[in-house]
Write a protein that binds this ligand. Structure first.
Ligand code: EPU
Length: 331
């Protein structure tokens, strides 16, 4: 337990503190703290700060889970059900699954953050979304009430879940349960995965994880070197009618079909087309290898990043008449 003023961890590398910081290692420890009235308002529960942008110091209590155990709760020859503490580092969990020969999460290798946040954010990459492997989410509310959400109750959509609703701010994820396959199966049809795999003589879990890591490392900056929060913007979803109009004007516009009516357009491509790639505004910049990522060149404040974000959004709107919205949460 740790309760004094503390720097808030965040991958943007922004220097911010909280009035108090509380880390817990078990549900019991959290519950005891709640029962003794130890969590004062306002409060904010964080993961590893890989999707947060702090605009100023946080005048309140920051909570963080250090529950990191992994437990197999059911298993047969085809699949395994595994319950994982919300505080476990996401990529350590993926590495563990790959090591065990459990299929499903390998395309989500190297995504920053923790297991709890993966279920809040519905993380996704390379054709896989975590919601397809989550079976339930254990929570405790600020009032000490436990509730297990089954996946169908989580309202999962693209980078969205019930846990992102403002009124769910009082609900903390403690464990996430995943169902993974023991039978060989891969998702290889996104981007350049198949092409990259041809460099290796075999396709197995370890190789696919390695390829995903190589692709990510070639495009996404390492937050330890250059502060960032991964994709800064969500890819906007537009109607097919609107997309067809845009396509007439911009024939090379990449896109992903969501369903008959809706099409997702890569914000990174639009930002790139606006000429922002590699450009800086003070100490904040658009990453030179992936325009969807904003980076802290050193010493940036939250407001510097917001100023760049606003300028980028305005350019995209001017050129494409599409509004893009941050995926990162502003605090
Ligand atoms: N593109 C450009 N220029 C750029 C960036 C992208 O032209 O600077 C083009 C690419 O060539 C491609 C398209 O835009 O045709 C899409 O790019 P990419 O495949 O790199 O994916 P993305 O849409 O930029 C999304 C996720 C990433 C995830 C990748 C891979 C969102 C907001 N982002 O990015 O997620 O890793 O797909 O699946 O959905 C994250 O959420 O932090 C994240 C990194």
């Amino acid at each position: 337990m740790n309760d004094e003023i503390k720097k808030i961890p965040n991958t943007f590398g922004i220097d911010v503190s909280a009035s108090s910081f509380f880390e817990y290692h078990s549900e019991d420890e959290l519950q005891k703290k709640i029962e003794t009235g130890g969590i004062s308002m306002p409060y904010l529960h964080i993961g590893s700060g890989s999707n947060l942008l702090f605009i100023k110091d946080y005048e309140g209590t920051v909570l963080h889970s250090r529950i990191t155990e992994i437990e197999v709760i059911a298993e047969n020859e085809n699949q395994v059900s595994v319950r994982v503490g919300a505080g476990m580092i996401w990529d350590d969990f993926v590495a563990y699954c790959v090591g065990k020969g459990w299929y499903g999460l390998e395309n989500l290798s190297l995504i920053p953050g923790e297991v709890g946040a993966s279920a809040v954010q519905n993380i996704g990459a390379y054709g896989v979304e975590v919601k397809d492997f989550i079976t339930s989410v254990d929570t405790i509310s600020i009032f000490g009430k436990k509730r297990v959400f089954q996946t169908r109750e989580c309202e999962y959509a693209y980078r969205k879940s019930i846990f992102k609703r403002p009124e769910m701010k009082s609900v903390f994820v403690t464990y996430v349960t995943f169902c993974l396959s023991k039978k060989e199966s891969y998702t290889l049809d996104y981007g350049t995965i198949r092409q990259e795999l041809t460099k290796y003589s075999i396709v197995d879990l370890e190789t696919l994880r390695r390829v995903i890591i190589e692709i990510r490392e070639s495009k996404l900056p390492d937050p330890k070197i250059l502060g960032n929060a991964g994709s800064f913007f969500m890819n906007p979803i537009v109607s097919r009618v609107r997309f067809e109009e845009l396509q007439r004007q911009f024939p090379s516009m990449p896109h992903y079909d969501i369903d008959e009516e809706r099409v997702k357009i890569p914000a990174g491509w639009m930002i790139d087309q606006c000429g922002w790639k590699g450009k800086a505004l003070g100490p904040a910049a658009v990453h030179d290898k992936q325009a969807l990522v904003l980076v802290n060149l050193g010493g940036a404040t939250g407001s510097d990043i917001v100023a760049l974000s606003d300028a980028v959004r305005a350019s995209v709107y001017e050129k494409f008449r599409i509004e893009i919205f941050p995926e990162v949460n502003f605090i």
